[in-house]
Design a protein around this ligand. Sequence first.
Ligand code: ADP
Ligand code: NI
Length: 195
Amino acid sequence: MKAQEQLTAIREYVKKSFSNERTGHDLYHLQRVTRLANKIAKQEGANLFRCETIAWLHDMTDHKLVSDEQEASHTLKNFLVSIELSTSEIEEILEAIRTISYSKGEIPSSIEGKIVQDADRLDAIGAIGIARAFTYGGAKGKFMYHEQLSDNTIQHFYDKLLKLKATMHTATAKSIAEERHHYMEQFLEQFKSEW
Ligand code: ADP
Ligand code: NI
């Protein structure tokens, strides 16, 4: 299969799996992460095909979205074999996907994996990041804010979102993160003043 055909097959495969996802990992999240990863990859001189592949697939084995991570990884591997990716490409893709998630606290070894980790984290901050946090919190039945209970969405900004800027690997992502971080700080200030 040619690279363009492989990418089309990957997009179709992902679309089928994510058509009903509403907690912040919907198809548009994947589209934004793919676009951002592409933009960063061009600036950093990384492999565009591998970046795009990893970006589309990066949430396919996420423990929040699948019941069995191992099984999801196995199913994904079979799919990648079926569209004729090479063994080394498949290894790289699976390693990147395994390590991208914030909750794992790991860093992908390839530059393409690092770029998608940056892109995924950029989509968790800024205006979109704010919207995703409240969507996720609402879907999970959390308070938007609470004066006594720490299990609320505003707290999530301090637990995670404000820390993401410092974890960016590439210069391109660092500069985008700077602006989005500032926007979140302004939002929190305004939220508190209205509260
Ligand atoms: P990762 O896949 O990197 O571990 P998550 O899946 O935890 O990231 O996050 C996906 C989206 O859901 C992010 O935008 C994140 O801010 C949001 N989110 C995750 N946990 C919470 C939470 N406890 N409260 C509000 N938003 C959350
Ligand atoms: Ni993601």
